[in-house]
Design a protein around this ligand. Structure first.
Ligand SMILES: [Zn+2]
Length: 630
């Protein structure tokens, strides 16, 4: 086991478990970086109760205990506040928190009020601050949607419990009382106590060795001295070890997973170097990752200095490491420059998906990068065909209240937009533009309108040119502008020919074993989707689909098989859905079963009855919506 960095700076908050022992010397704190708040109409976040123009949080100091038995975090949050002249209250976001006491920095109680709960947003916590610019909130979170407490059986080791958080989009208010809006950046620090032998990691730089408290617990300290969107505060705790990759990169995982994880992410240091060559310095210090148990609801989460990853990307051959490139790219798009409102999520995800592909090209070559572009393009077209080219949800910018048509739009259409600009202006000019976008908005929020104006001025150069490249349509209109850069038609020429051969003469592709994962995925997505049981059995037998160690391919096989009510796939799907909690896999498989009428619905209900409690709230809410159509 290895720690990260020696104590780099004096730790500032003392233990603040009660409201009376808060003894922080304000002068001892390094000056914190305070990020501006956007006040334009397009930056108004309707998912927060905060009124940052009146009073805003600039720094959060957490002092929390992890209680695995009660599945509860409890302790205090000490908030630094900046307030407009005459402001007498601050409004925070909370959801299902039990607030015990609120005081100023000197321990004098402050008057507070918990407002009405509104489903998604939770409840506003309004505190009369008077002259106080530091407030302490003592609280507990027992039912936090952000936190998933895993039993030992849900881990690879099977001996110790595990905890991880997922804050994006608006879940961190279920365990941290602060202003939970991506446009209100905050620095933070934390002291976390946890039972031995568990280790704790966070999305901040670890400070020194953990302190043994002598009561079977240890205290871990973390600091994030750069202002981040509060959804990026993240924690994980479990029986985990660390393996170094490069001078500033490494990976944490359960001991049973660590070696496979280290092998899979061995290209990470080279990826950081490639990313820096493309778009400027990596500004966060270390880049570490943690490979979580398979209950993690996402592929990855770009928590600063500590990317969270699903283990389902481990294929043994680094074929699915575009995921790591993606989370790393978020260190620029998303973490450095952040969407101010969730309706501009493409600024995080579309820009990152483009950047991801450029890193993949640098590390794995043009062929793989082009194939991944072609897969993404196919997903855009599928979504547009499904929901319609005029559907408002297919625009990149989503006005408040519009439902986005999904990740193929936010991620893939966003990336296709930047790829189109790259083709229009050439790499050199486009890369210089993107780099200046990151530089000029570093550690700040941004909106669609801001990138539109920036592109018009600094890349297109004129209104007429902006119109020629359909800048406004790309950002604000549904569908797909006609100047879209299409994928290289030869990227999958061989695979598409094999797919046609299979469709026509039933020939099983001989080259399958040598194909890349992208090629296999393409084949599975393009073969005729109506198959008999005999045809599916033959495919599985010849290609080993149901026994593959590549979860993307296994998922496509299960989807195909279930859509054809192939009985042998039911137990395979059941095992997969019991093992994996990644929403990208879980939701479509339940949807596929659901779409099969009585046959599939009965199976879906039976499996979900067993697996629901093992899923994170993010995954559960999606499947609940499918089941609610009963
Ligand atoms: Zn992302």
């Amino acid at each position: 086991m290895r720690r990260l960095l020696p104590l780099a700076s004096i730790l500032l908050a003392t233990s603040a478990c009660t409201t009376t022992d808060v003894a922080v010397a304000p002068d001892a704190r390094d000056p914190v970086m305070i990020a501006p708040i956007l006040t334009s109409a397009d930056a108004l976040d309707t998912s927060t109760y905060a009124q940052p123009q009146v009073a805003r949080v600039t720094h959060v100091a957490l002092d929390l205990d992890l209680d695995f038995e009660r599945k509860r975090v409890a302790g205090s949050a000490l908030l630094d506040v900046q307030a407009a002249p005459g402001a007498d209250e601050i409004v925070l976001d909370t959801k299902k928190l039990t607030v015990i006491a609120v005081s100023d920095g000197a321990g004098t109680p402050l008057v507070w009020n918990m407002g009405q709960t509104d489903g998604e947003r939770g409840a506003p916590l309004t505190i009369a601050i008077g002259d106080a610019r530091r407030i302490s909130i003592t609280y507990a979170a027992s039912d936090a949607d952000a936190l998933q407490w895993l039993s030992p059986e849900q881990t690879a080791g099977g001996k110790h419990p595990f905890l991880f958080s997922q804050g994006q989009a608006i879940l961190n208010r279920t365990w941290i009382p602060t202003q939970d809006s991506p446009g209100i950046r905050q620095t933070w620090e934390a002291r976390i106590t946890a039972p031995k032998p568990l280790d704790v990691v966070m999305s901040g730089i670890a400070q020194a060795e953990p302190e043994d408290l002598g009561d079977g617990r240890r205290a871990f300290r973390f600091v994030m001295d750069k202002p981040v969107a509060p959804y990026l505060i993240a924690i994980a705790a479990g029986d985990i070890d660390f393996a170094a990759i490069g001078p500033r990169t490494g990976v944490w995982a359960e001991p049973a997973t660590l070696e496979r994880a280290r092998y899979e992410v061995a290209d990470t240091e080279a990826m950081v170097e490639a990313a820096e060559r493309l778009y400027g310095p990596y500004r966060w210090g270390r880049y570490d990752m943690i490979v979580l148990p398979p209950a993690f609801p996402y592929g990855g989460m770009e928590n600063p200095v500590m990317t969270f990853l699903t283990p389902t990307f481990i294929a043994g051959d680094r074929s699915l490491t575009g995921l790591v490139a993606h989370e790393l790219a978020h260190s620029w798009s998303g973490n450095l420059v952040t969407n101010a409102v969730w309706g501009d999520g493409w600024l995080n995800e579309g820009v990152t998906s483009y950047f991801e592909n450029r890193i993949v090209e640098e590390i794995y070559g043009e062929k793989r990068a082009k194939q991944e572009v072609a897969l993404d393009y196919m997903a855009i077209i599928e979504t547009l065909e499904e929901v319609g080219y005029e559907a408002p949800g297919t625009a990149l910018h989503q006005p408040d209240g519009t439902d986005s048509a999904g990740s193929a739009i936010v991620y893939n259409k966003g990336a296709a937009f930047l790829r189109t600009l790259e083709r229009e202006y050439g790499r050199e000019r486009f890369d210089a533009w993107l780099r200046q976008w990151f530089d000029r908005h570093a550690f700040q929020p941004a909106t669609s309108l801001m990138i539109y104006e920036d592109l018009k001025t600094n890349l297109a150069g004129s209104e007429a040119e902006a119109e020629r490249i359909k800048l406004r349509d790309w950002i604000y209109a549904p569908g797909l502008p006609s100047n879209v850069a299409k994928p290289d038609p030869v990227a999958f020429a061989e695979i598409d020919a094999a797919s046609a051969d299979y469709a026509g003469a039933g020939s099983i592709p001989g080259g399958w074993r040598d194909w890349t994962s992208a090629e296999r995925q393409r084949f599975l997505q393009t073969l005729p989707q109506a198959r008999t049981a005999a045809e599916l059995a033959r495919l599985d037998e010849a290609l080993g689909l149901s026994t593959t160690g590549n979860n993307e391919e296994l998922f496509l096989w299960l989807e195909l098989a279930l859509a054809n009510r192939y009985a042998p796939a039911v137990s395979q799907a059941e095992a997969f859905l019991a093992r994996v909690g990644r929403a990208k896999f879980v939701r479509p498989l339940f949807q596929t079963l659901w779409d099969q009428g009585d046959w599939g619905r009965e199976i879906a209900r039976r499996i979900y009855g067993e697996t629901r409690s093992s899923y994170h709230a993010v995954t559960r809410s999606g499947v609940d919506r499918i089941m609610a159509k009963d």
